[in-house]
Design a protein around this ligand. Structure first.
Ligand SMILES: C[S@@+](CC[C@H](N)C(=O)[O-])C[C@H]1O[C@@H](n2cnc3c(N)ncnc32)[C@H](O)[C@@H]1O
Ligand SMILES: O=C(O)C(=O)C[C@]1(C(=O)O)C=C[C@@H](O)C=C1
Length: 243
C-alpha cells in the first residue's frame, strides 16, 4: 500500500484538495490514518447489506472512491437479481475502482460509473451508501440529492450516511477537533501534514452538525434516522424508509 506523504514537505502554495491521481494512489492509507473508525464503518456497511438486502434491487455507493463500500456490500449480498452501482466523478478514482473490483470474483454485478451524483438517476434501491461524500457537495445541493435518494429507495430500504461533523458548541467542537488531530499524530502524521491538509480542505469540505443532518433527512422524507457510530468529529447515520 502506498503511503500518504502528500503534505509532508512545506508547500509554497496549498491548492484546494482534489481527488486526483496523487490522492487516489495513496487513498487507502490516507483514509485509514485520517478517519477514526473507517474500517469498522466499512465492515458494518457489509453487515447492513446482508440485513437489508431485497431480491431484484439496486445497491448504490455514491462517491465510491476505490470501492471499499461496494466490496463490503458485494461480499454480503446473497439475494437474487441484485446489482451494485458505484458512482464517482473523479476519473482517477473510477479507473482504480474498476480494477480493484475486478481483482475479486463475485456473482453480484457491479457497474462503476464516472459521473456526478447530483446528475445520475437512481431507482429500485434497497440500500444507498454515501460514505464521507455529502460533505464535499455545496450545501444547497445536499437536500436535492437526499430527496432523490429517498424517492429511489424501496419500502424498507436504508441510507447509510457517514460524515465529518461540527459541533454547535465551540468548546466541544474544539475538543473533538483536537482529539482527531491526536489520532492523526498517533498514526504518524506530522504537525505540518495536519495543518497543510486542513488548509487544503478548508474551501472544499463543509461539514454540518448532526442536528442539521437529522433535520435535512427528515425534510426529504426520512421519518426515522439514527446515529449508529461516532468517534470524535466523524459519524455515521442510518435513515430508514418505512416498510
Ligand atoms: C472521502 S471520498 C469517499 C470515500 C469512499 N466512499 C470510501 O468509503 O472509501 C469522497 C469521494 O467523493 C467523490 N465525489 C465528490 N463529489 C462528488 C460528486 N459530486 N459526484 C460524484 N463523486 C463525488 C470524490 O471524487 C471522492 O472519491
Ligand atoms: O483528513 C481529514 O481531516 C479528513 O477530513 C478526512 C477526509 C474525509 O473526511 O473525507 C478528507 C479527505 C480524504 O479524502 C479522506 C478523509
Amino acid at each position: 500500500m502506498h503511503k500518504d506523504h502528500i503534505y509532508a514537505e512545506p508547500l509554497a502554495h496549498i491548492q484546494d484538495f482534489r481527488f486526483d491521481d496523487q490522492v487516489a494512489d495513496v487513498f487507502p492509507d490516507m483514509i485509514q490514518r485520517s478517519v477514526p473508525g473507517y474500517q469498522s464503518i466499512i465492515q458494518t456497511i457489509g453487515q447492513l447489506a446482508s440485513r437489508y438486502q431485497q431480491a431484484n434491487s439496486h445497491f448504490y455507493d455514491l462517491g465510491c472512491s476505490l470501492g471499499a463500500a461496494s466490496l463490503a456490500m458485494r461480499r454480503n449480498i446473497s439475494a437474487a437479481g441484485c446489482k451494485i452501482i458505484a458512482v464517482d466523478n473523479s476519473p482517477a478514482m473510477v479507473q482504480r475502482c474498476q480494477r480493484h473490483l475486478e481483482a475479486f470474483r463475485s456473482e453480484v454485478p457491479v457497474t462503476v460509473l464516472e459521473g456526478d451524483i447530483r446528475e445520475v438517476a437512481f431507482e429500485n434501491a434497497a440500500m444507498v451508501v454515501i460514505n464521507f461524500t455529502l460533505q464535499f457537495l455545496a450545501k444547497q445541493d445536499r437536500s436535492p440529492l437526499l430527496k432523490k435518494v429517498y424517492q429511489a429507495l424501496k419500502p424498507g430500504g436504508i441510507l447509510v450516511l457517514s460524515e465529518k461533523i461540527i459541533s454547535a458548541h465551540s468548546r466541544s467542537n474544539q475538543l473533538l477537533v483536537d482529539l482527531h488531530h491526536d489520532f492523526k499524530r498517533a498514526n504518524g502524521y506530522s504537525e505540518l501534514e495536519i495543518s497543510q491538509k486542513r488548509t487544503a480542505l478548508e474551501n472544499v469540505m463543509q461539514p454540518d452538525s448532526i442536528a442539521a443532518h437529522q433535520q435535512r433527512l427528515e425534510q426529504v422524507g426520512f421519518t426515522e434516522s439514527t446515529v449508529w457510530f461516532q468517534c470524535f468529529n466523524f459519524c455515521s447515520m442510518i435513515a430508514f424508509k418505512q416498510p
